[in-house]
Ligand binder design. Structure first.
Ligand SMILES: Cc1cc2nc3c(=O)[nH]c(=O)nc-3n(C[C@H](O)[C@H](O)[C@H](O)COP(=O)(O)O)c2cc1C
Length: 283
């Protein structure tokens, strides 16, 4: 594809994603990295894979690229576990039987926040650790999320498809035990990797007019502007989903109905207990 084709494809992808035109600045053609922007704009989570293996060497390369993510105060509080032992892998998969795409995935990683190393710097110097509060949990969480995102970017760059798996955190204590996580280490989620078994449609997002703010949130303190954006998004979502449903399946629920149903019962109520049991003070 030449630059003009890539810019055209980027426009179409963003229109499909946001339901509104995202104007390209003049001179966009000719900028480096347009292919990468197009890849990001067409991102889709996958849950079906071919039988082709994902070589451990490739996982190592992708992880090496991902772990170069920025790190809060250069504290390097993110680790990745590549699950290669088939017996251990089966045990981890068995924690989430409701998601068979985890067992099907050629590779499964677990991305972790690691607050242990930071504390060791102090222990080794015989110094008290003076940052035992919520920020001490939040920082490794953010570092780990950036590494997870970088892993997805790296994997998608070479043509792999991914599915993050936060549902593994439903069984966080058992997962921590299986993976021998020390105190102050916790999973933020799993990541399935595989070669995609097919194409996936792009999932729409709320329009930039609702989620990209210039200078301040000011106008929407009571949430009514957001209500309008949500209603419009719901309509767009139903249309997008209807085209994807099998014949006779009837109309899709709206995005807000689906999300409200999904969270109608409390989820992962024991997560705070797990985090505190790993040694974090979450005040
Ligand atoms: C932190 C995080 C956790 C997720 N956990 C799961 C999961 O447990 N199982 C799953 O099938 N998808 C999971 N997903 C994928 C989301 O469902 C998906 O990103 C969302 O539906 C939007 O689809 P898209 O990525 O194709 O745009 C997760 C995504 C993120 C960012």
């Amino acid at each position: 594809m030449d630059d003009a084709d890539t810019v055209g494809a980027l426009h179409r992808a963003l229109l499909e994603r946001f339901g509104e035109t995202v104007e390209a600045p003049a001179g966009l053609a000719g900028l480096a990295g347009l292919d990468e922007l197009l890849r990001m704009a067409t991102h889709a989570t996958h849950r079906a894979w071919t039988d082709r293996a994902v070589e451990p060497g490739l996982v190592r390369l992708l992880t090496g690229c991902a772990l170069g993510a920025p790190s809060k105060s250069y504290l390097q509080q993110a680790d990745v576990v590549d699950l290669r032992d088939p017996v251990l892998r089966r045990e981890v998969e068995a924690l989430v039987p409701s998601m068979p795409w985890i067992a099907d995935a050629p590779a499964l990683l677990v991305v972790c926040g690691n607050g242990r190393r930071f504390r060791r710097l102090f222990e080794r110097r015989g110094l008290p650790f003076t940052n035992e509060h919520l920020d001490g949990f939040f920082n490794p969480t953010v570092d780990a999320a950036l590494v997870m995102m970088n892993l997805i970017r790296a994997a998608e760059a070479v043509g792999l498809a991914c599915c993050p798996i936060s549902v593994l955190r439903d069984r966080a204590a058992r997962l921590a035990e299986l993976l021998c996580m020390p105190a102050h280490v916790f999973p933020i989620g799993g990541l399935c990797l595989g070669w995609p078994a097919g194409r996936r449609d792009v999932n729409p997002r709320l329009p930039l007019s609702a989620t990209l703010h210039v200078d301040r949130f000011g106008e929407d303190r009571d949430g009514t502007l957001d209500d309008a954006a949500i209603d419009a998004f719901d309509a767009r979502y139903v249309t997008a989903q209807s085209g994807r449903r099998p014949p006779g399946a009837g109309p899709s629920k709206s995005w807000s109905d689906e999300r409200a149903t999904q969270y109608a019962t409390a989820q992962r109520e024991d997560w705070g207990d797990f985090v505190r049991a790993q040694g974090f003070d979450t005040r």
